[in-house]
Design a protein. Structure first.
Ligand code: GLN
Length: 534
């Protein structure tokens, strides 16, 4: 079968959950046996979100092949289990960059370079790029932002052209809009949806399917009205009501036939609608888990989306341990020696979060000291691991001035130091140690046990600093052990204190690899320990 393209656009407002709808549709098509991939095209000008502050754009997700991407790629992977690549995340910046580089090489042979056709051609090429490397039955492309945005225009023009070139059997548009409820009038309002579809039509794109985000149930009458105003069939007007969990969205979409309508429109046989099997089991287990385990998240970003993958990984592991994980965000900037007991003592476990820069690190160090000396299960991730190491150096090894050279370049005890190959780097974007690297686990370690005694694992990275091997022997002698090393560079990737219940820090980010059907073994083991520690 030739690759078919489904475009997901959004109108009326941002944050309607296009990413979740894209991931859900991908999941449903997979359930029918199709091979799919999902990609995100973001109209902003940054080359990638790697240099963006999490307050701007939430978490930066990292693919196995080392691309820093939008957090929606995390949803795609968690829902579908696919592994995305650098070609699944494209921004306006990357599009322009390749066009400009080509122009500088003289490849355009003296032509004037314009948005149409040069930028739009490059967008079209990128949309189809994944399918030139590997066969996919469906490529789902989510367009970031909303259709009215100035910077979205070239993307919509590219979609319009592609739909024309590929034809209706191979290209389809699903448009997500919002139906607000006006409490004073007691009414649901369809006008914003009508206007948004008109706007899309004005750009030459007739959506085949509409997904209406709403906080209230939409009547058949209302759906019919939308269908008539928007040139869409009634059964192609689907509602996406608020649900208790994002993981219920695929079930809701399947019930209303989102996948079925897409197949029908593209001329494919429907066949049997299979139930979601293990996914359904996950949901029932999630619903029946009533016992709660309280886990603290020590970080500096006071924003849910900044730690998206960690929250989801904890939730997956909670479900498979038949518990609800209740996370408590503790702002590390406000943690002091005086109040740390009050802030952390009631928790069954603590995650010390990743991050960059000075702000909030002293609080993380105080938290690491408290959980180490009170034997509270602790999971340090990336910067979190580095703070565990610094704390141990200061309070156990007695190096009061121990630090990371990220925070204090002149510290005499740089137990965390910049990696050799990072020293000469001056460009900040995309130059960290990024993506999957092998890690050889130390046999007999806690981490090795948690990974089911695997000798070698592959995990994703995003950092410039690293454990300083000069201190390794001293750490090990005093009880903090190295439990995993990168074999080619001999970098310490995992530290642990085996004498404690669970005190493990990883230089890598296991949270990027936990999926609904395959929770991550380290999170599973951590949450199980927290439950025993309640
Ligand atoms: N700032 C640290 C480093 O660059 C940790 C990065 C992170 O937590 N992702 O090494």
């Amino acid at each position: 079968m030739d690759t078919k393209y489904i475009f997901i656009t959004g109108g009326v407002a941002s944050s309607l959950g296009k990413g979740i709808i894209s991931a859900s549709l991908g999941k449903l098509l997979q359930t029918r046996g199709y091979k799919i991939t999902i990609q995100k095209f973001d109209p902003y000008i940054n080359i990638d979100p790697g240099t963006l502050n999490p307050y701007e754009h939430g978490e930066c997700y990292v693919t196995m092949d080392g691309m820093e991407t939008d957090l929606d790629l995390g949803h795609y992977e968690r829902f579908t289990g696919i592994q995305t690549t650098r070609d699944n995340s494209v921004t306006t910046g990357r599009i322009y960059m390749s066009v400009i580089e080509r122009e500088r090489r003289g490849n355009y042979l003296g032509k004037t370079i314009q948005v149409v056709p040069h930028i739009t051609d490059e967008i079209k090429r990128r949309i189809q790029l994944n399918a030139t490397k590997e066969h996919f039955d469906f490529v789902i492309t989510e367009i970031g932002g909303t259709i009215g945005d100035i910077e979205s225009q070239p993307f919509l023009e590219a979609i319009r052209q592609l739909r024309w070139e590929l034809g209706p059997q191979r290209a389809l548009n699903v448009h997500l809009t919002y139906v607000p409820y006006l409490a004073a009038a007691g009414e649901l309002k369809t006008k914003p949806t009508q206007t948004s579809v008109k706007q899309l039509q004005g750009l030459g794109i007739q959506p085949e399917v509409l997904v209406l985000r709403t906080e209230h149930n939409l009547s058949d009458e209302l759906r019919t009205k939308v269908a008539h105003f928007c040139n869409v069939e009634v059964d192609a007007v689907i509602q996406s009501q608020d649900l208790p969990s994002i993981y219920e969205v695929p079930i809701n979409m399947q019930r209303q036939g989102l996948d079925a309508i897409c197949l029908k429109k593209m001329g494919l046989d429907l066949g049997e609608t299979l139930d979601l099997g293990p996914w359904q089991d996950f949901l029932s287990r999630r619903k029946s888990a009533s016992a709660v385990v309280n886990i603290g998240l020590v970080g500096k970003y006071d924003l849910q989306d900044a730690y998206k993958s960690i929250l989801e990984s904890l939730a997956h592991a909670g479900t498979y341990n038949d518990h609800k994980v209740k996370t408590h965000f503790i702002n590390s900037e406000h943690i002091t020696r005086e109040n740390v007991g009050e802030k952390l003592s009631g928790l069954a476990g603590v995650v010390i979060c990743p991050g960059f820069g000075q702000r909030g690190i002293e609080g993380k160090i105080v938290a690491a000291e408290y959980t180490r000396t009170h034997d509270i299960p602790t999971f340090g991730i990336c910067l979190g691991m580095q703070m565990m190491v610094i704390e141990f150096a200061r309070n156990v090894l007695g190096y009061a001035d121990a630090n990371s050279s990220e925070m204090d370049e002149t510290t005499p005890h740089n137990v965390i130091d910049i990696m050799e190959e990072q020293k000469t780097i001056t460009q900040m974007g995309g130059t960290m140690r990024l993506g999957g690297y092998e890690c050889a686990l130390v046999e007999g370690s806690r981490t090795w046990e948690a990974y089911g005694r695997k000798t070698s694992i592959m995990e994703r990275h995003r950092h410039r600093y690293e454990f300083n091997n000069r201190y390794l022997e001293e750490f090990e002698k005093n009880g903090m052990k190295c439990a995993g090393v990168n074999p080619s560079a001999n970098l310490v990737e995992i530290v642990e204190i085996p004498a404690l219940k669970w005190y493990i820090g990883t230089q890598f980010h296991p949270e990027y690899s936990s999926t609904v059907l395959h929770p991550h073994p380290l999170f599973m083991n951590f949450v199980a320990t927290c439950i025993r520690n309640k």
